[in-house]
Write a protein that binds this ligand. Structure first.
Ligand SMILES: Nc1nc2c(ncn2[C@@H]2O[C@H](COP(=O)(O)OP(=O)(O)OP(=O)(O)O)[C@@H](O)[C@H]2O)c(=O)[nH]1
Ligand SMILES: [Mg+2]
Length: 354
């Protein structure tokens, strides 16, 4: 048992063990084909790059939410669904929370912040993802997130400490939890919080989390506990989506966001944010269980297009093969992908860049 898992168990406030439900599969094809059962809408909020989308993908076992190593990969509200026995879990993936100042500085559309507020209005439960590997922000919850939670305090919320795999000294995690919860979980003081051991210095967190999870979303450590917690919070009712549906996004939009995420991963600094992604062709061949698509990536200049393509088009080919793999994991089908660069309205011939 890893140190962080045992640390988690030592926190005696755990409530999700009350809600143990047998795990079958997240894949819609295994779900009961009925429209009545238990439903839970879960808003996943947090700072940019904290791992919200990666976490949802891990729980749903599908790469529905585009993720990358850069901030602002998610730019709008995206629903991702999965099913366990008679329970439908609807995740609401959101753009990272930024202050108005940051929003203006990076010229981010106001719709990004609105998406986050909208997710809270649709949610029965709110999960706050917090990156514990970032030493500058790990001891404090973003002030705007605390404000949102305070406004929505009637909705149960839980804290997810993510990227614990990057924390060498796992003992630090207890102090971080204390800071982020103000030493209170599920209305109870944490052990040691009143004994003068590393007391919280002022209010750095939110005091009304019903539970805390320590996870590594990319490795999958600890995510099963979150799933069980959510199943335990589901309410009886009509399914909002049919068990065959796993997202509210169109295939076209999913392909464009998957391509954008891969350019964010491969290119440095501001370059990938300057690109415009357009799906030019999409065809679904049901007989062969195959998707055929063609995506054009518009670059602001020829110089940039050549830089992105790399020597002999090597980098573009590498990006293309990674995108294709992501799309296979997303659609669970054969994917034939054509990916090309073009300059504004003028297409670049293959000879020019590849
Ligand atoms: N080491 C490690 N990396 C992680 C973990 N979870 C996510 N990441 C990485 O963190 C980066 C950001 O992940 P995302 O899922 O895109 O984060 P996000 O919060 O959705 O980001 P935005 O949509 O930009 O707000 C990616 O490079 C992930 O691979 C984790 O548990 N451990
Ligand atoms: Mg995201």
């Amino acid at each position: 048992m890893s140190t962080f898992v045992s640390l988690k168990i030592n926190i005696s406030f755990r409530i999700q063990s009350l809600f143990r439900v047998a795990y079958l599969s997240s894949q819609p094809e295994h779900a009961n084909k009925k429209s009545f059962g238990k439903i839970v809408n879960v808003a996943i909020i947090g700072a940019p790059n904290s791992g919200k989308s990666t976490l949802i993908n891990n729980i749903t076992e599908r790469k529905i939410c585009a993720a990358s190593n850069k901030v602002h990969t998610t730019t709008k509200l995206i629903r991702a669904m999965c099913y366990y026995n008679d329970t439908q879990i609807i995740f609401l993936d959101t753009p990272g929370v930024v202050t108005v100042k940051e929003q203006k500085k990076y010229n981010l559309p106001e719709s990004m912040m609105k998406a986050c507020h909208k997710s809270l209005r649709c949610a029965n439960v709110v999960g706050v993802v917090h990156d514990v590997s970032n030493k500058f922000t790990r001891d404090k919850i973003h002030q705007d997130i605390v404000s949102m939670l305070n406004i929505m305090d009637a909705i149960p919320s839980f804290l997810i400490l993510n990227k614990v795999d990057k924390v060498k000294n796992k003992k630090q995690l207890l102090g971080i939890i204390r800071n982020l919860t103000n030493g209170v979980i599920a209305g109870l003081p944490m052990p040691g919080a009143q004994k003068g051991n590393d007391p919280p210095k002022g209010e750095k967190g939110y005091s009304h989390f019903s539970d805390v999870f320590l996870v590594s979303a990319s490795k999958g450590d600890g995510v099963q506990d979150i799933k069980q917690y959510l199943i335990g919070n589901a309410r009886t009712g009509n399914f909002h989506y049919s068990p065959d549906e796993w997202t509210d996004q169109t295939p076209e939009s999913l392909i464009e966001t998957a391509v954008r995420a891969k350019f964010l991963d491969f290119l440095s600094q501001e370059i990938p944010y300057k690109l415009s992604i357009q799906l030019e062709y999409y065809e679904e061949n049901e007989e062969e269980d195959k998707i055929i698509c063609s995506v054009a990536v518009e670059c602001p200049s020829e110089r940039l297009a050549k830089l992105i393509a790399g020597a002999g088009g090597g980098r573009l080919n590498q990006i293309k093969s990674h995108v294709r793999l992501d799309l296979v994991q997303l659609f669970k089908k054969i994917v034939v992908l054509d990916l090309r660069l073009k300059i504004k309205s003028k297409p670049l011939s293959e000879e020019t860049i590849v």
